[in-house]
Design a binder for this molecule. Structure first.
Ligand code: HEC
Ligand code: HEC
Ligand code: HEC
Ligand code: HEC
Ligand code: HEC
Ligand code: HEC
Length: 463
């Protein structure tokens, strides 16, 4: 027994040695090399002759990394996902499959993690897919990847992602900002949502929370809005897109995608139908827009939006403060617009279109353009503090129609007005109504008054 000891010792050290060597081999041949080997085998199958085949098979294994300074990340996903931009790999198994729609956001400029999450630097499956502790961004489940589009395309309609458009709309119309800050604006009762998409990335949690906040956070002050499953998903998409990440200017250059759908939405929002007909339906203050693309180039139309009077002297069309992508969207829409579109806009109005409407629309634009909104607020609702004026605030203009005649308001706008003091012993209020004579022309003053009259609450209202 005793003399066998050295043999055992010898055998066990041999075993340690073998394991040690195996570990070295393993380390020098990590799994990603196996993936690359398999990828080159697939590629070699397509080669016509033996020489070309063996050349492909001899390609040395390398870590592929994409350095993305504008996105503050380095992505190595293409170390394994080698076929993403190779259309011949459409039928190849993962991780080699060709990536649909890759041309819009080429991997060399976008990498992968900005849309998918995961850990860009990882080269092991679990690390890379973010399946590890202390990594806050695991891969988004497949059906939520499209939420990421909203990080860069922050406004308007994103083709193929209706959830984001609807999610943003629900957010804006449900008073969420009353309790939540987003990008600096909003209340403080609930958490700040500016980074919600990077701090709270679990889509299921978010969805459950929207369906029933108290079920997830028992003492929550958040109202149960009785959202449908679809609405909860739309809001979840929007939340996931709020990563609050700084991105290089190239990446946000297409914040608005100039789609026909977004153009249609703008045309409705800006109420263009109040001055223009399409194929006969609508107002006749400006030209009928049917066939407008045959009369003008896209460049002409673009310049015309920026400054109608520069292109058409004496034009009474308001200048629109739209970014280039929004102008492109309107132009795309006009290229497709028909009388049926015009009918839809007309049907969507709360009151029928009248000849007056073009003046109202021009007045609204002038009200914004000359900065009346600065003191009287968007929609002329008033409310800006003005200490020691009667009421203590810049007045709302919604009820001027009840207190004045049109001529009186025109005169008041031209002449200006000092607010009467609430307490004669205290200093005069900081804000007063300036005289606009000489700044705003008579026609625009008339238009503004028409606009203010249009704000008068309708008697037919259902409240
Ligand atoms: C070590 C090789 C490897 C690396 C590195 C890698 N992947 Fe994968 N990936 C795979 C394999 C293998 C599959 C298919 C099997 C699976 O899903 O686990 C896959 C599947 C996927 C899928 C589809 C399956 C799913 O869960 O939705 C996505 C998306 C994906 N990878 C994204 C990424 C991203 C993003 C990165 C970079 C952060 C990355 N991968 C890095 C090997 C890799
Ligand atoms: C612009 C955003 C974007 C970028 C960048 C992007 N992807 Fe994707 N990817 C998507 C979308 C969207 C899908 C489709 C998800 C679906 O089916 O709804 C997808 C699908 C995939 C799938 C298939 C998932 C499955 O379950 O079949 C894989 C794998 C994948 N991407 C990997 C990558 C890799 C690797 C990169 C980097 C080279 C990358 N993606 C870059 C948006 C992106
Ligand atoms: C990291 C920022 C970023 C993300 C995320 C992103 N995009 Fe983009 N997108 C861009 C930029 C920048 C361009 C313009 C690319 C170029 O032409 O140089 C663009 C272009 C586009 C275009 C073409 C616009 C045109 O001119 O017609 C479409 C469509 C589009 N993106 C849709 C999507 C969708 C869908 C997703 C999500 C799957 C997405 N994008 C995610 C930044 C982004
Ligand atoms: C009356 C105030 C109030 C309103 C209105 C409100 N919330 Fe909340 N919300 C809260 C409070 C308080 C919490 C924290 C407790 C909890 O998790 O429910 C919260 C939590 C959240 C969270 C989870 C944040 C996190 O990371 O923990 C999200 C997301 C959210 N709200 C979104 C919304 C959206 C979207 C709306 C509008 C549809 C909305 N909230 C309206 C009060 C409100
Ligand atoms: C207050 C009335 C008014 C509003 C509102 C208005 N326009 Fe105009 N528009 C005009 C007038 C007047 C002209 C003719 C003079 C000119 O070409 O500038 C015109 C001209 C045009 C033209 C050139 C048509 C041609 O055949 O030469 C286009 C295109 C156009 N408008 C598009 C729009 C769009 C899109 C909107 C909404 C974003 C809009 N307009 C809003 C009054 C208006
Ligand atoms: C610098 C701030 C400021 C700006 C800019 C301003 N206003 Fe005023 N406006 C006031 C104040 C303050 C009053 C209240 C005067 C008073 O107490 O009688 C007022 C009063 C008015 C009134 C009378 C309201 C009433 O009920 O008596 C009208 C109408 C009006 N403004 C229209 C306009 C229009 C149109 C513009 C843009 C062309 C404009 N204002 C721009 C501060 C401003």
């Amino acid at each position: 027994m005793k003399d066998r000891m050295p043999l055992y010792f010898f055998l066990s050290s041999m075993l340690v040695m073998v394991l040690f060597l195996a570990a070295i081999v393993q380390a020098t041949r990590p799994p990603w090399k196996n993936y690359q080997g398999r990828f080159y085998q697939l590629e070699a199958q397509q080669e016509p002759n033996a020489a070309a085949k063996s050349a492909v098979l001899k390609t040395p294994a390398t870590i592929n990394q994409i350095i993305l300074p504008g996105l503050h990340r380095v992505d190595r996903c293409t170390t394994c996902h080698m076929g993403v931009d190779d259309p011949t790999m459409k039928k190849a198994p993962q991780p080699f499959t060709y990536h649909a729609n890759v041309a819009l956001h080429p991997p060399s400029k976008f990498g992968c993690t900005v849309c998918h999450g995961g850990q860009g630097l990882g080269t092991e499956l679990k690390d890379a897919h973010g399946d590890v502790e202390h990594w806050e961004q695991p891969l988004l489940p497949r059906s939520y990847v499209r939420a990421s589009c909203g990080q860069c395309h922050t406004r308007g309609d994103i083709p193929g992602v209706p959830e984001l458009t609807e999610g943003r709309r629900l957010f804006d119309t449900h008073g969420c900002r009353g309790c939540h800050k987003l990008s600096g604006i909003g209340g403080t009762i609930g958490p700040d949502l500016t980074h919600e998409g990077s701090t709270r990335r679990d889509p299921l949690w978010l969805e459950q929370h929207f369906l029933n906040p108290q079920k997830v956070s028992p003492t929550s002050a958040m109202p149960n809005y009785k959202f449908t499953a679809e609405q909860a998903k739309d809001l979840t998409f929007y939340m996931l897109s709020l990563t609050g990440e700084e991105m290089g200017s190239y990446y946000t250059s297409k914040s608005v995608i100039p789609s026909v759908t977004y153009g249609r939405q703008l045309f409705a929002e800006k109420n263009c139908i109040s001055c223009h007909a399409i194929g006969g339906a609508g107002n006749k203050t400006g030209p009928d827009l049917a066939g407008v693309m045959d009369r003008h180039t896209a460049d002409w139309l673009d310049e015309h939006f920026v400054s109608p009077t520069l292109v058409v002297p004496n034009s009474t069309m308001p200048a629109y403060d739209l970014d280039p992508n929004a102008r492109a969207a309107l132009i795309r829409f006009m290229g497709t617009a028909t009388a049926a579109d015009a009918q839809t806009f007309l049907a969507g109005r709360t009151s029928p279109l009248t000849a007056q409407d073009s003046a109202v629309e021009a007045g609204k634009m002038a009200f914004e353009h000359y900065g009346c909104v600065g003191c009287h607020g968007i929609g002329a609702v008033g409310g800006l503090p003005n200490p020691n004026s009667q009421g203590g605030q810049v007045p709302s203009l919604i009820h001027v129609a009840d207190d004045y005649k049109k001529g009186e308001v025109e005169a008041l706008i031209k002449k200006g007005k000092m607010p009467p003091l609430a307490d004669p012993k205290k200093p005069a209020p900081p804000l007063y109504m300036p005289s606009w004579k000489g700044t705003v022309n008579d026609e625009d003053v008339k238009n503004i008054v028409e606009y203010l009259w249009s704000l008068r609450p309708k008697e037919t209202s259902t409240w």
